[in-house]
Design a protein around this ligand. Structure first.
Ligand code: SAM
Length: 188
C-alpha cells in the first residue's frame, strides 16, 4: 500500500504540472477523491476495459490512464458531448484512450455507443446528472458489465436515480464523500 501511495503522489504531481500548462483552468480541478479512487481501483483490479461518461477537462481520464500505464494493460473508452473535452490528457497516455463525442440528450447515441461493449470491467458515470439520464446510463450499462465488474457513479446525491436503481434491483452499494457530492459503487 505504501508503494501505491508513493506512486499516486507522483501521479498527482504529474497532473498538477500538466494543469499549470493549461490556459483555461477551472476551480474543480483540485484532485478529487473520485480521481484517486479511480486510480487505486484501476491499479488493484487491473481492468482490461473501462467506460467513462463525462470527461470535462479530463481529470478522471488522466488518473485512469495513468494507472493503466503503470499496469501496462487496459483500455479506456470515454464519452462527452464536448468536442474539446480531455484537454489535460497528454499525448503519451493516449494510446490506451478512445474518446467519442455523443449527441446531447440522445438516448439513441448513448445506446449505440454502449452496445459496442459486452464485458465492461468498470463503468464510471460522471456526465449528465439528471434523473432520467442517470437512470438511462445505469440501466443500460449494467447489462454490459461483466460479473465481478464494478459500476461507479459520481453525484449519486444529485437525483434519486442511483438509490432507485439499487432499491429496484435489491443491490448493495458503497458510498463516499467526493468534493461536495457523493460517489457510489456497486459490485456486480
Ligand atoms: C462533471 S463533468 C466530468 C468531470 C470529469 N469526469 C472529471 O473527473 O474531471 C461532466 C461532463 O459531462 C459532459 N456531459 C454532459 N452530458 C453528457 C452526456 N449526455 N454524455 C456524455 N457527457 C456528457 C459535460 O460536457 C461535462 O464535460
Amino acid at each position: 500500500m505504501d508503494s501505491l501511495k508513493i506512486e499516486s503522489d507522483k501521479a498527482i504531481a504529474e497532473y498538477k504540472e500538466l494543469l499549470e500548462k493549461l490556459t483555461v483552468k477551472f476551480e474543480f480541478l483540485h484532485v478529487s477523491n473520485m480521481a484517486l479512487f479511480l486510480y487505486y481501483i484501476t491499479r488493484i483490479k487491473k481492468p482490461e476495459l473501462i467506460i467513462e461518461t463525462g470527461v470535462a477537462t479530463g481529470q478522471s481520464s488522466f488518473f485512469i490512464l495513468k494507472a493503466m500505464q503503470e499496469n501496462n494493460s487496459g483500455k479506456l473508452f470515454s464519452t462527452d458531448i464536448r468536442y474539446d473535452a480531455g484537454e489535460i490528457v497528454p499525448d503519451y497516455l493516449k494510446d490506451r484512450w478512445d474518446f467519442t463525442v455523443l449527441k446531447r440528450d440522445s438516448k439513441k447515441s448513448f445506446k449505440k455507443f454502449i452496445n459496442n461493449f459486452d464485458k465492461i470491467d468498470i463503468f464510471f458515470h460522471d456526465s449528465d446528472h439528471s434523473y432520467w439520464w442517470q437512470t438511462l446510463e445505469y440501466n443500460t450499462a449494467f447489462n454490459h458489465i461483466k460479473n465481478g465488474g464494478v459500476l461507479i457513479s459520481d453525484d449519486i446525491d444529485n437525483s434519486y436515480a442511483f438509490l432507485d436503481f439499487v432499491n429496484k434491483n435489491k443491490m448493495d452499494f458503497y458510498s463516499f464523500f467526493n468534493m461536495g457530492s457523493i460517489g457510489g459503487v456497486i459490485m456486480k
